[in-house]
Each structure stands twice: as C-alpha cells, then as structure tokens.
Design a protein around this ligand. Sequence first.
Ligand SMILES: [Fe+2]
Ligand SMILES: [Fe+2]
Length: 270
Amino acid sequence: MMNNLFDFAEACLHRADIEEKLQLTAKAWQLYQQGELDFQSNHAPKAIAEVRFPEKPELLAPRFMERRKLGSPEGVQAFYHALAHIEFVAIYLAWDILYRFRGLPEQFYQDWLQVAQEEALHFAMIREHLRTLGMDYGDLPAHQGLWEHAEETAHDILARLAMIPRCMEARGLDVTPAMIEKIRKIKDVDGVELLTRILHDERQHVAFGSTWFKQQCNVQGLESEATFKQLLLKHFKNSKPKGPFNTELRLQAGFSQSEMDWLEEYSKHK
Ligand SMILES: [Fe+2]
Ligand SMILES: [Fe+2]
C-alpha cells in the first residue's frame, strides 16, 4: 500500500483520472493525520512535461472562450465550470510544488499537502454544485493558461512561490469577495457558502506562500521584498499583475504594506 508522500504526488500528477486523484489526495491526507505518511524523498522527480491532464475539458486560449454573464442559467453554469477548472488545476499546483522541490523542511511538505487536500475539496464541492445545475466538469472548454507559470518556474522555488501562491492565488483574494456579492444577488445560497469557504482557505494558501517565500529568501541570503519584485518583473514580461488589489486580505496573507504600494504603482504604470 502506498504510504510515501512523493509516491502520492507522482501518481496525482501523472495519472489523469479525476476520481482517482481525489481519492489519492484524501488518502494521503488521512495517512498524514494518522501519523503514517512517510516524508522521505525516495527518487528524483520526473520532468514537468510528463504531468498529465484529463482529455476533458478541452483546453483553449482565453480569447477562444465565450464570455457569459451571470444573468442566464448558461452564464451561471459557465461561471462554475471556470471555477471548477481553477480548483482542479490548483490540485496539480499544490502537488507539483511539493513534488518538484526536495530537501526543504518537513513543514513545507505538510503545508502543501494541506493545500492539495483543500483544493481537492474545493474542486469536489464546486463540481457537485455544477451537477445540481445540470452540467459536469469537462462539458465546456477551459482556460489553458493556468499551468504555464508552473512550467516556467519548475526549476526555481522562489519564482514558483512568487508566481503561484503570491500572484495567482493572491488574485483570488482580490476578486472573490465581489464574486460572492454577485452570487448573493442571484440568490444562489449554496454558492455563497462555497465561495466563502474557499476564500477562507485561500487566504491560508497565500499565507503559506508568503511564509515559505521569506524563509527561502533567508536561506539563500536574499532580501525578500526586492526579490519578489525582481521575480515579478522577470516572469510577467509583457503583462503585469492586475489590480485592484484587496489590500486588507493580502496583508493578512503575509504581504507587506510596501509590497502592496509597489504592486499598486506597478499595475498602473509601465
Ligand atoms: Fe482552492
Ligand atoms: Fe488555493
């Protein structure tokens, strides 16, 4: 029986089956809770190009995707389908960061295992909600771009932490409160509850990102705020982080006021 963290990670990243991924993630978490999960790194990670996604949903560039508003049932379905996809890729992102970067303190692996388990729950809850609306995950095409930052940061833990938890997931903190208000207006009570739960968990994911980013900067003898800025400038290239930012939630998740001031400036000018 599987009991090594990295075997679970390897299976979750390289087997496309959705049900199996959810079950393995739950199993790894359960073993960890029982003190039976082995954190010993046993073999080197495979290349990131070997990570496998399911055949459905079809992945498309955002410009080929229909935009729908919450005013119609189809729009609500499309909204939750997009959200399900974000959570699904988030399961991969959590497994990937702990799979790819070895030799860090055991707490690092425990934290990202918790994230993987929470993302799997988020995905399962959203998919369940989507099913009550008459649609399943995979029925619509989905956004292709979410994995790109993982690929380009596969060899740099600082870049990975800067771009995934401290940009992509932090963006969720900015936009989710307004989404909750829109969902409330269409009287989708279960949806409001779901998104509120997700927002609560995501603040912790970003906080893990901030904590480990600073910890790794310390280990490498780098100043964390300057390093964060440099990495964003490097990885955003022709784009830039989008505001408006939820300063209150980001401060709670480990951003400093000076990082927030810089993000405000940087998002406006270039
Ligand atoms: Fe999530
Ligand atoms: Fe997350």
